[in-house]
Write a protein that binds this ligand. Sequence first.
Ligand code: KG4
Ligand code: ZN
Length: 338
Amino acid sequence: MSDSIILGIESSCDDTSAAIIKGNSILSNIAANQAIHKEYGGVVPELASRAHQQNIIPVVEKSLTKANIQQNAISAIGFTRGPGLLGSLLVGTSFAKSLAMSLDVPLIEVNHLQAHILAHFIEDANPMPPKFPFLCLTVSGGHTMIVLVKDYFDMEIIGKTIDDAAGEAFDKIGKIFDLDYPAGPIIDKLAKEGNPDAFKFNKPKLDNYDYSFSGIKTSVLYFIQKEVKKDPDFIKNNLNDLCASVQKTIIEILMNKLEKAAKDLNIKEVAIAGGVSANSALRQAMLDNQEKLNWNIYIPKFEYTTDNAAMIAMVAQLKFERGEFTDLRTSATAKYDL
Ligand code: KG4
Ligand code: ZN
């Protein structure tokens, strides 16, 4: 891998992030999270774009200072072109275009989903990078899919959610429990003190490798409505058990399909990526399968799971080596296939 220094910029949702990569080694990875959305129980697109506007210059400056790099040492600029919230993507895209123009360096577009997967190739993401072909369960607030990764830029989605994403299920069920947004990490924490077998929730019955998470959300909602009629404090009195049971169900749904795909395709290299891969029960289920099913597992370092610019810089580096540059006339795109 070349030793070039590249700036990566991520602004697809509610994190403004900038990172500096040299080869595949991350020199800085800075993020400004937008606390404002907590008040609304979800990301408000208009407020997200405005916060990106306010954060982008300080975040990029900080990434350069932390990496101890001058602007003129940058060989290229990578940015998230999509998928994501258009107004948010536009901020990062416009900034990347202007900076590339002023520094007279190549501009490199990055697909956010590819970046979650290719984060595994950052030097300190794993003790060893995955070997092709591998399966990657990509689970975030917006996406849930099993990807067959044949090469860096040769990926095939073999299964995906037909409705809600797994992270969305965590967040929406958290809302029913009156937890803050995003509820995924809170449920993970509370679940540690609860009994995962306390309550049973419906699991979808889909034939192929596809997922569905709208059923469990409805199942939890009806169950809670029924119980709260009998005991108004039902949620408060059972919160840890509720979180543990919901988490167990979601992780079982995710793992069952991943295990089926690995078995059918006879693949033992199995990775997870995206925000939900920070989940401790998912990480434990992967570790269990390392023992039980002889999988070689790849669980990225925590800071490379939720949205971050390090993964964007990693993809930009791979594209830089291949001479894959983007025309300055490019624009952001809310939808962007793998
Ligand atoms: O990848 P990400 O940062 O943003 C998207 O591209 O969507 O993922 C955010 C999602 C949220 O739904 C959040 O609740 C979930 O990842 N999440 C978790 C955990 N940490 C983040 N879900 C379950 N357990 C966690 N520890
Ligand atoms: Zn993401």
